[in-house]
Design a protein around this ligand. Structure first.
Ligand code: GUN
Length: 286
């Protein structure tokens, strides 16, 4: 078992498996899964994520349509576009890259995507289904984190897990998935009183807070499994860095995910998996 979990390597393996699965679809179903990604504006980070999604689709053999819209698109125009994709039977998955410009309500946009085409698992009905332990689309990053833990042979059951971050996209759903696997979970945040004493109690520590090198060595007990969800720019070097001070924490951790090359690639891989799942559901319903 490697101490450093490479999400990149695991992604390559999983994508190759999906590619052989997708290769059987034209004969079985007459077409391959189709993912539509909408990017509003020209934020460089979002552009890079969207490119990553298109590239992964190509590797897996999924049809990808990326729709670029100007930052000043009206909310109505975006909602109308989503509506037309909801009604297009050739589309299996719809993803609107976040964040959106201030004049567009992200909540409205997320709720406008048909629950059955919501590859992100962000729709309120998907969120509700996850918390009610009903069949749902599991959000990509939390799903990828659980996959990495399983791949690394980390036992989740019975462990004390601490999640720093309470976002709808990562913190809350990953806490729920850990709870469902019978970990005992504490959800905390940057303003948690005496945060280091809480994080030191963790056997599994998931950090999704979006602050460069927020988790320092004094916050981590020896032997902890450390999952770093952060993608930040180092304020000094401008390079990509995580929420964890990797240099200082890596020697303490029993298992750790690097940034880049850890959780990030797994998010995109799970997006591919979700697209295939939605496609198969559509084919079974058709
Ligand atoms: N922006 C950053 N991460 C994500 C994601 O997982 N999905 C979407 N739609 N936007 C994002």
């Amino acid at each position: 078992m490697s101490r450093i979990i490479s999400g990149k390597e695991l992604s390559i393996k999983l994508k190759a498996e999906m590619a052989s699965q997708v290769a059987t679809f034209p004969e079985k179903y007459g077409r391959v899964p189709h993912l539509v990604v909408i990017l509003v504006g020209e934020d460089p980070a979002s552009q890079s994520y969207v490119r990553g999604k298109a590239k992964a689709s190509e590797v897996v053999g999924i049809r990808n349509t990326t729709i670029l819209k100007p930052a000043d698109i009206s909310e109505k125009e975006l909602l109308d576009l989503i509506d037309s994709l909801n009604n297009d039977p050739s589309v299996d998955g719809i993803l609107v890259q976040l964040p959106l410009p201030d004049h567009i309500s992200e909540d409205k946009v997320i709720a406008a995507i048909s629950k059955d085409k919501d590859v992100d698992g962000f729709h309120p009905l998907n969120v509700a289904a996850l918390w009610q332990k009903q069949p749902c689309t599991v959000p990509c990053t939390p799903k990828g984190i659980i996959r990495m833990l399983d791949e690394a042979g980390v036992e989740i059951k019975g462990k004390r897990a601490v999640v720093i971050g309470r976002s709808q996209i990562v913190g809350l759903p990953v806490a729920k998935l850990l709870l469902d696997r019978n970990a005992t979970v504490t959800i905390c945040h940057s303003r948690t009183v005496d945060l280091p004493s809480v994080t030191r109690s963790a056997e599994i520590l998931v950090v999704a807070i979006g602050r460069p090198r927020f988790v320092t060595a004094d916050m981590v007990s020896p032997g902890t499994v450390v999952i770093d969800v952060g993608v930040n720019r180092d304020p000094e070097t401008g390079k990509l860095c995580g929420d964890v001070d990797y240099q200082a924490v890596e020697p303490l951790a029993s298992v750790i995910t690097p940034v880049p090359g850890g959780v990030g690639p797994m998010t995109i891989t799970c997006l591919m998996e979700n697209t295939i799942e939605l496609f198969l559901r559509h084919m079974q319903e058709a």
